[in-house]
Design a protein around this ligand. Structure first.
Ligand SMILES: [Zn+2]
Length: 119
């Protein structure tokens, strides 16, 4: 089934592997864990309308095991929080909202300018 609207997400940032002490939840290998931050946005016909927060997935490059935010260790949560704050939401996540504003504001501006010229 195809949904014409809903929530989609795109990858924003990955925490560098140089961070020490992060242990894989599965194989316990240190330094193999990567934290990926994803930006979630609401889309309508695949056009992003507005962002709806961020989510994270941790991943082990050693064993390919991946786990979700709610399964993060307290240390990983802290790392994720730091990364999330640094990860900027891309402008195109707002493109639908920008388009709507432009479509609403532009005729208004045009009529104002027109009125000023006709006065
Ligand atoms: Zn692992």
């Amino acid at each position: 089934m195809i949904f014409f609207y809903g929530i989609r997400s795109t990858h924003l940032q990955t925490l560098s592997s140089s961070h020490r002490g992060l242990q894989c939840r599965h194989c316990k290998t240190e330094g193999s864990t990567f934290v990926n931050v994803f930006g979630r946005y609401f889309h309508f016909f695949w056009i992003p309308l507005f962002p709806v927060g961020k989510t994270g997935v941790a991943e082990s490059r050693h064993c390919q095991y991946a786990w979700r935010k709610r399964e993060f260790s307290p240390q990983l949560k802290t790392e994720y929080k730091r990364l999330k704050e640094n990860a900027k939401t891309p402008v195109w996540h707002f493109i639908g909202l920008i388009l709507m504003v432009v479509l609403i504001v532009l005729p208004f501006v045009v009529s104002l300018v027109g009125r000023a010229f006709n006065a």
